[in-house]
Design a protein around this ligand. Structure first.
Ligand SMILES: Nc1nc2c(ncn2[C@@H]2O[C@H](COP(=O)(O)OP(=O)(O)OP(=O)(O)O)[C@@H](O)[C@H]2O)c(=O)[nH]1
Length: 442
């Protein structure tokens, strides 16, 4: 299969002109270098969305925005006006609302102003918003040995649907509230079987207290005064559940049988899952919420039909629409409920998807997404050459998805192009640029 460069894939996006009422959403003055870089990247992303995806009109003095993502480059801010459709508004707004807040993005005396329309026509992007609080209950937790360590697989039922959603949890201190709740009449063995704590710590404490009481009564010094206990090796869940002080790395991932199980390179899903596991394992803690939303929520049957339409020349969005499905039918209520159950309320989100960020933050969500961490297709760059060539490191890689090469990813590049151009994904199609947003240090 011939290789296709990202530059070859790039095409101009049609821009229609729709007059729109403008609303100022941000007014910023000059501050720290990292704030500038962060805001710079966010604003650039907003402009990128307008340029790549929006069907509304856009006018901005984007040329005055220099030094994208580079904290050492002076930034000359000028008034920046953006116009766009309603869907762009919400995407840009969600980008700016979590990264361009007045507190951390005060930019000198020269102002940067972003203006957005209050109403306009919708673009083709459609996704539903979870309108109620979803409840999630963890049914079982099991340790899964994994190259380089282990993670804990949590299986959830939620009241959003009948699916078995999963959480892949790295880090022993991320604990499920609902898993630990006592069920009426259950024995220690029942609890062990579903992976809940059996109270090994509690029984050790009780034994120690009893021992001390006994020795006090007999006038002797307690044989043992220790307050801490070694965990029972059979019950590895004795560590107290702690609230997470630092924002862990989190991925909300949607099931893709083709990409993950049978290694299709028609999409980047297999790579994204493997890469998320690699990044989170490297940090030592974090969660992948694995939602059973196959085919962006339309299911495998419909996705395979969409594949046939794609082979007739339609892109992923049009194929869905031709089948009378929205471009994206996913909701994220279950993801929010699962994260709440795991005690994760502050996080860094691994994604390029602005709609996902918007939905996770919407409807009075208490989730604090402190930043997003881009998922950059490895085969687009040279950051980790050892995993991209035929070196022994590549052969030894524990996931075949981590060694994907340019020459096999041409179809996935087409898929990524559609995500960037039609679905507001934050991916630069220019092979010479880096990911548009960088994660600030934490
Ligand atoms: N309908 C449809 N779904 C697809 C197709 N290819 C992959 N998918 C599904 O798309 C979902 C993944 O969504 P993506 O849009 O790739 O990525 P994302 O999770 O929205 O965004 P990121 O967080 O940036 O990865 C999985 O459920 C896949 O099964 C396709 O051609 N058609």
């Amino acid at each position: 299969m011939p290789s296709t460069t990202i530059a070859e894939l790039e095409t101009a996006t049609a821009v229609s002109s729709t007059p729109a009422e403008r609303l100022p959403v941000a007014s910023l003055a000059q501050g720290s270098a990292s704030s500038k870089a962060h805001f710079n990247a966010s604003l650039d992303m907003a402009l990128h969305i307008l340029k790549q995806q929006d069907l509304g009109s856009s006018r901005s003095d984007s040329q005055s925005i220099s030094g994208r993502g580079d904290s050492s480059t002076p930034v000359n801010w000028a008034s920046t006006d953006i116009e766009g459709s309603e869907s762009t508004l919400s995407q840009v707004d969600s980008l700016l609302s979590y990264s361009a807040t007045a507190d951390d993005l005060i930019l000198n005396d020269s102002k940067a102003r972003v203006s957005l329309p209050s109403r306009s026509a919708h673009s083709g992007l459609s996704s539903t918003m979870a309108g109620k609080d979803t409840q999630a209950e963890c049914q079982v937790r099991a340790r899964i040995p994994y190259p380089g360590g282990h993670f804990y697989l949590h299986l959830y039922h939620t009241d959003e649907d009948e699916k078995e959603h999963l959480a892949i949890v790295f880090g022993d201190d991320i604990r499920s509230k609902t898993l630990e709740l006592a069920k009426p009449g259950e024995s220690d063995m029942d609890r062990k079987i579903r992976g809940a704590s059996t109270g090994a710590l509690r029984s050790l404490v009780q034994k120690d207290i009893a021992r001390r009481q006994l020795s006090n009564r007999s006038g002797q010094e307690p044989a043992q005064r220790r307050m801490g206990f070694e965990p029972d090796p059979v019950d590895s869940f004795v560590a107290p559940r702690v609230s997470l002080v630092e924002a862990p790395l989190i991925r909300i991932h949607s099931e893709c049988f083709t990409g993950e199980t049978v290694s299709s390179v028609r999409c980047d899903c297999g790579y994204q899952l493997a890469e998320a596991m690699r990044l989170i394992q490297r940090e030592g803690r974090g969660v992948i919420v694995y939602l059973r939303q196959e085919g962006r929520g339309i299911g495998l049957l419909e996705k395979l039909k969409a594949y046939n339409l794609q082979d007739m020349g339609h892109d992923t969005v049009d194929a869905n629409l031709l089948l009378n499905h929205p471009a994206d039918a996913r909701t994220y209520g279950s993801a929010r409920a699962i994260l709440a159950d795991l005690g994760v309320d502050k996080l860094r989100l691994l994604t390029n998807n602005t709609d996902k960020i918007r939905q996770l933050q919407g409807h009075g969500s208490s989730l604090d997404i402190v930043c997003h961490v881009p998922m950059y297709p490895r085969w687009w760059g040279n950051d980790t050459p050892a995993l991209l060539d035929d070196s022994p490191a590549a052969e030894l890689s524990y996931s075949r998805h981590l060694v994907l090469q340019k020459n096999v990813m041409a179809e996935a590049d087409l898929y990524l192009k559609t995500k960037a151009q039609r679905m507001g994904h934050m991916l630069s199609l220019d092979p010479t640029t880096l990911p548009l947003l960088r994660s600030p240090a934490h």
